[in-house]
Write a protein that binds this ligand. Structure first.
Ligand code: CO
Length: 135
């Protein structure tokens, strides 16, 4: 079903300063930046140079007050947002998990960062963790 941990996402209010913190303190390197106007987020992707699994750290900053991530930040403060598991076929994986009773937040999966497609599982069906399935 899943092949590896794809990324861990952290929500913050100041993307640039949090990115510098992870780079200076922990040795992450900048890999990619993009904005998603429809989701109201800016994101920065960092990687550890020695990590051959390709897992990355995704820093998210809301770009408008009515975005989902903005509401998350207001309610919970900065911190861990979701964990993403890589799957070779997000549609098949999502369908299989939905048949087992989990709620999908996007059905069908939708375009996500760096050309991927993704959906999320409701945290209530994943022991309190917002889980992203990504291909
Ligand atoms: Co993600």
């Amino acid at each position: 079903l899943f092949t590896r941990i794809d990324h861990v996402a952290v929500v913050c209010a100041d993307l640039d300063s949090v990115s510098r913190h992870y780079q200076r303190r922990y040795g992450f390197q900048p890999h990619h930046e993009e904005s998603n106007a429809s989701q109201g987020i800016r994101e920065s992707v960092l990687r550890l140079p020695g990590d051959e699994t390709g897992a990355y750290l995704q820093l998210l900053q809301p770009t408008r007050a009515d975005s989902t991530v903005s509401r998350w930040l207001a309610r919970r403060g900065p911190g861990l947002h979701h964990v993403a598991f890589a799957t070779p076929d997000v549609d098949a994986a999502a369908a299989r998990i939905a048949r087992a009773g989990a709620r999908l937040l996007f059905d069908p999966p939708r375009p996500a960062s760096m050309g991927s497609r993704a959906t999320f599982l409701h945290p209530g069906d994943s022991h309190g963790v917002l889980v992203e399935l990504v291909t």
